[in-house]
Design a binder for this molecule. Structure first.
Ligand code: FAD
Length: 444
């Protein structure tokens, strides 16, 4: 029996995700302090009943964090940034432990004039989770999902042994591992490619269109005229806000002249996202500037853990191929209208992120695995994860988005999935790490 030094709780406590929509009662909850702690837990099936499932900040909206009767392992205390180095291909990389929060990593890199291209607004997501899970961001000069920058990692396998994967010697194994949701092993350390930091110029605009087809045409025009696009759409009245992003030259921090506007925008974003774009958030919304030059890393926020009485973000994620934009908007508009008429409910907004897909060998499974092209996400957002009308909307919309519109879903970011909606290759999953939630998706 190896010693375990971290926090260990086995008295039947209940743990919940950020949005308080999923709870779990593991037999044992652990917070390892070292790699050896992680190894000790995985190797000892008697003290630490299986499955052993890793979590970070538990921000995920789905039952990915649920592990009743097993061992829930929170990685947040393994959060050191170990330094910069060159990988075997000569690239500059940062070595970072799996429990490090993204905002902490952004700040560390900013102070050295560097960045990772994935700069979604979520600062509390942990490196280990996003290295093997699903993410989306309208990034500049990069695909737009975190694991695209992972060039190596260390993980604990099902026997409790430490294993290393790096792109130069194990490119296929590494690519597959980054699609494994923690089912192939527990990530303890990542090597993430970095680059000199660049500033972003955002051009903000809004529009109201008569039809979903015209809204799609508007989105296409804006997308073609910038380096990347982010948009928020209301299907109730076909209004939209757009953020066209352009490269704005080297720079790691927001220029002094932009700081007041940038900070006002950051606080406004934080409030809106924290509250899931609820009426409370909309009331406080100030007009955005026409244009702003800033560091995207400065716009990454952290969010407080809400209680069940507060409005709080909830969402569904669907990835679509860009050529299908008109159909996705048109049919989602018709669906939302019908749902509103029948149930008196529609989501607050829909968010679009644009992601460049790589060749299949780099992203063999799951999101973005369709081969080179552009994807967009079309994600409905609401402010109460446990509202039964929202839950019904999300379930019903899964049918349309996945089975009729051909969207890909995520076991981490799309709720109410069934085994007909998503398949995960069995060869990625080890029984020691496979919770019942994931077992339902295994393909054989
Ligand atoms: C307010 C808010 C805003 C968000 N905005 C965005 C956004 O803009 N873009 C975006 O892409 N996502 C966004 N998300 C989703 C969020 O980034 C993802 O759910 C992310 O995975 C959460 O990280 P976490 O550390 O909380 O993971 P957790 O929820 O703790 O864990 C999720 C899963 O990751 C895996 N995992 C965790 N740690 C490890 C490890 N060390 N080794 C192996 N597997 C592991 C496990 O499968 C686990 O079940 C947002 C979520 C919230 C609540």
């Amino acid at each position: 029996m190896r010693p375990f030094h971290g926090l260990l709780e086995n008295e039947g406590h209940v743990y919940a995700n950020w949005g308080r929509s999923c709870e779990t009662k593991p037999a044992v909850y652990v917070e390892p302090l070292t790699d050896d702690d992680v190894r000790a837990v995985v190797a000892d099936a008697e003290r630490f009943p299986g499955p052993v499932s890793p979590v970070g900040s538990m921000l995920s909206v789905t039952k990915t964090v649920v592990n009743d009767g097993g061992t829930l392992m929170c990685m947040r205390k393994l959060d050191a940034i170990l330094g910069l180095e060159r990988d075997a291909a000569g690239r500059q990389v940062v070595r970072v432990q799996a429990g490090c929060r993204l905002k902490k990593l952004h700040l560390w890199l900013q102070s050295r004039g560097l960045e990772i291209p994935f700069q979604a607004e979520i600062g509390e997501a942990t490196v280990g989770s996003v290295a093997v899970g699903d993410t989306k961001d309208s990034s500049l000069d990069a695909p737009g999902y975190f694991s695209a920058s992972v060039v190596g990692l260390r993980y604990v396998d099902e026997r409790g042994d430490l294993q290393t994967l790096d792109e130069s010697t194990h490119s296929q194994a590494l690519a597959e591992f980054t699609c494994s949701y923690g089912l192939a092993g527990i990530v303890v350390e990542c090597l993430v490619a970095v680059r000199p930091a660049v500033l972003c110029r955002s051009r903000f605009s809004s529009a109201k269109e008569e039809t979903p087809e015209r809204l799609a045409a508007h989105l296409r025009r804006l997308h073609a005229a910038c380096d990347n696009l982010w948009a928020m759409v209301s299907l109730d009245n076909l209004t939209a806000t757009f953020d066209q992003r352009f490269r704005a030259g080297p720079g790691a921090v927001t220029p002094a002249a932009s700081v007041p506007q940038m900070d006002a925008m950051r606080l406004q974003h934080r409030f809106s996202i924290q509250h899931g774009l609820s009426a409370k958030a909309v009331e406080r919304r100030e007009p955005l500037p026409a244009e702003l030059v800033y560091s995207r890393a400065d716009l990454v926020n952290e969010y407080w853990r809400p209680d069940t009485t507060e409005s709080r973000l909830d969402f569904q994620f669907y990835e679509h191929d860009f050529p299908g934009l008109e159909r996705v908007l048109g049919e989602s508009f018709a669906f939302t209208n019908r749902f509103r008429e029948n149930h008196g409910f529609s989501p607050h907004a829909w968010i679009l992120y644009f992601v460049c897909r790589p060749e299949r060998s780099r992203k063999p499974f799951g999101l973005y695995s369709g081969g080179p092209g552009v994807s967009f996400s079309f994600d409905p957002v609401f402010s109460d994860p446990v509202d039964p009308r929202w839950q019904r909307f999300a379930r019903d919309y899964n049918q349309l988005a996945i089975h009729e519109l051909g969207g890909r879903a995520s076991p981490i970011q799309t709720q109410w999935l069934t085994s007909a909606d998503l398949r995960v290759p069995t060869r990625l999953a080890r029984p020691r790490f496979t919770t019942p939630y994931y077992a339902q998706f295994l393909d054989g």
